[in-house]
Design a protein around this ligand. Structure first.
Ligand code: ADP
Ligand code: MG
Length: 624
């Protein structure tokens, strides 16, 4: 009788990382009713960027092991992300490939594909047969290939090769192999043999999906290909390699997308597996995990011997470029990568005419402007710092993208299940409290989503569809202003173009405001002396300015604060030698001013001095 052996290779003691690839599917005009264009684009073979919803003049750049752009073919994805792991299966090791991402982003296309463009699954199975065929007889092993096909739906394990079967248990044998007693396992002798079984079983799933309200997008489809090799001579050693190929449930938040058909239990259960998967991948990739929470869901329990450990795993995160997927894309990217940074492009977007500067000064400002000439490395270092300090917009978003609502729903579910053991009233009280917290979170999320769609709407009206085709990211369009600026002047303009605008087009735009007591005050009159008394205008001067100009000036000042030499700092209003040195010192220690208000952290900068500094510098930068 053949003797099973545990395979030990050099890596078996180590916990392997999950390789993360991201695939961006092509933009589909029909899914973009407002013709807003894409909100995400690839940069190179490992990086992409997405608009930052909190500040549309910024993008967030992510880094992955591999980035597959829109033009990537099925063959490219297979060759780079899947083929390299297949030889391990023939050597008795385990592997898993899973497609993650929101519904509609291309998971099924990536995994199954179509007859014209077969995906990872048919290509991998074909390649395994070819590899076995190519094995040298002299090595002395016989190979047998088998398949199982199952679905995890609602935390139930269902056999797709035997429709109608009941929930199956997941067990672990004494060698820590995970198995499912009762699951159909069929030997396959060729690719066409595989196809004959796989296609109808997949159709089974599709038929069920239409009946059961798009069940397929809410279940995990798991194909297992098992390769057993047996030595021909004594002691007939036997090695088993397992390859899991998984089309995961959609990662979208069903509550946010208004999927009313989902009951609490179902929704929590679907996400329990995905949520636990994210925790498992996180702890494997951070390398610091004391306990990888495999046992917390059916999916991760099933994958326990094929994800991490000595197994080879690849996650292909599928994303879609249209704005309607924005939040799901963002959260999928946050799941896929902890490596990101904010890329600031403050000067590439203006929607009103900007101050005409003397040519020399304009050039200086542009050079200092950071959008093109500043050494990239330093800028990235600064940006990374601001990320780490948690003051960047994405860190706020990131906290939102954490599935704490999911956590709470799952906990709520457990709480309700336990109700027999507890005093009824106290359970009800706990449940009511939980629901309140969830409602608050939901409201918070919705208001942010509204804010984003407003930003996206503004962007759409700016007709920047082509933006991704050139090198300028589509950035936020500022609100229209009170000045009569003709249409041509209201388009996005790089700063240097602004030299051409005469001074009278600019401005400090006075909105109708009860705060303004004096009409037509000169700019210089509005600048308070350092110790000047506040008057009515003091409190509302900002509201009199056009927001985009205010932002522009703020960015210029920030740029000097972050990059200026001692001399340049002293060139700021109300900054003398001592203050300039203190600012330099602060920069040395803390790195980066992310907002003007950070100046308050500099020694000696009182509220009053700061507000006076801010006003003097903003108005002066506009007046120049
Ligand atoms: P999911 O399984 O994530 O819900 P699908 O694979 O069904 O998404 O993809 C949604 C639609 O987009 C399908 O019509 C699919 O053919 C198409 N699609 C997805 N990815 C690509 C791609 N890389 N190239 C061309 N079409 C794609
Ligand atoms: Mg699908």
């Amino acid at each position: 009788m053949a003797q099973r052996v545990a395979v030990q290779d050099g890596a078996s003691k180590k916990t392997a990382r999950v390789r993360v690839a991201v695939r961006l599917r092509p933009y589909m005009g029909k899914l973009d009713e407002k013709s807003e264009g894409p909100c995400v684009r690839g940069l190179d073979a490992q990086n992409l960027e997405i608009i930052n919803w909190r500040n549309a003049t910024e993008t967030v750049k992510y880094n992955f092991d591999v980035f597959h752009g829109e033009q990537t073919t099925q063959q490219d994805v297979f060759l780079s992300s899947v083929k390299p792991i297949l030889p391990h299966i023939l050597n008795g090791q385990n592997a898993s490939v899973f497609a993650y991402g929101p519904t509609g982003a291309g998971k099924t296309h990536t995994m199954m594909g179509s007859s014209d463009e077969p995906g990872v699954i048919p290509r991998a199975v074909r390649a395994i047969f070819n590899m076995v065929k190519a094995k040298n007889e002299a090595e002395g092993w016989d190979y047998s290939i088998g398949m199982s096909y199952l679905e995890i739906y609602n935390e139930k394990v269902l056999d797709l090769l035997s429709p109608g079967s009941q929930d199956l248990p997941i067990r672990e044998d004494k060698d820590k192999n995970i198995l499912i007693p009762g699951l159909t396992h069929t030997t396959i002798t060729s690719f066409s043999d595989f196809d004959k079984q796989f296609v109808p079983a997949s159709l089974n799933r599709t038929t069920a999906s239409t009946k059961l309200n798009q069940r397929s997008s809410r279940s995990h489809a798991i194909l297992l290909i098992k390769v057993v090799r047996t030595q021909r001579v004594l002691p007939h050693r036997q090695q088993t390699g397992k390859l899991y190929l998984i089309d995961l449930a959609g990662s979208e938040d069903n509550r946010r997308t208004g999927n009313q058909g989902i009951r609490l239990k179902e929704s929590g259960a679907i996400n329990l597996s995905l949520f636990t998967l994210s925790k498992v991948v996180d702890s494997l990739n951070s390398g610091t995990a004391v306990r990888v929470p495999y046992r917390d869901s059916k999916l991760t329990r099933l994958l326990q011997d094929s994800l991490g450990g000595s197994a080879h795993s690849v996650m292909i995160t599928n994303i879609a470029p249209e704005y309607k997927y924005y939040f799901d894309t963002f959260s999928a990217l946050n799941f896929a990568s902890k490596s990101k940074l904010i890329v600031n492009k403050p000067f590439t977007c203006e929607t009103v005419a900007v101050p005409a500067l003397p040519v020399k000064r304009a050039r200086e400002d542009h050079e200092a402007g950071g959008s093109g000439t500043e050494p990239q490395k330093k800028r990235q270092k600064d940006e990374r710092k601001s990320e780490q300090e948690g003051s960047s917009p994405s860190s706020h978003f990131n906290s939102l993208s954490q599935p704490s609502v999911m956590d709470r729903l799952v906990a709520l579910e457990k709480l309700m299940m336990k109700r027999q053991d507890k005093d009824g009233l106290s359970v009800l009280k706990d449940v009511a409290q939980e629901i309140q917290v969830l409602k608050d979170r939901q409201r918070e999320f919705e208001s942010k989503a509204m804010l984003f769609s407003r930003l996206a709407g503004e962007k759409s009206s700016a007709k920047q569809d082509a933006a991704f085709k050139n090198t300028t990211a589509p950035l936020q369009r500022r609100q229209a202003t009170a000045t009569k600026v003709n249409k041509q002047q209201a388009v996005v303009q790089p700063l240097q173009v602004s030299q051409l605008h005469p001074l009278q087009q600019l401005a400090v735009i006075k909105k109708q405001s009860v705060c303004v007591k004096k009409k037509e005050r000169k700019l210089s009159d509005q600048v308070e002396p350092p110790d000047g008394k506040e008057n009515v205008v003091e409190n509302c001067w900002e509201s009199q300015l056009d927001t985009s100009m205010l932002e522009n000036s703020t960015q210029k000042i920030l740029h000097v604060l972050n990059n200026g030499s001692l001399k340049e700092l002293k060139g700021l209003q109300q900054i003398g030698d001592k203050k300039a040195k203190l600012i330099l010192g602060w920069r040395e220690i803390h790195g980066h001013f992310t907002r003007l208000e950070d100046l308050l952290k500099v020694e000696g900068m009182t509220e009053k001095r700061f507000s006076s500094f801010k006003k003097a510098n903003i108005l002066s930068s506009m007046g120049k």
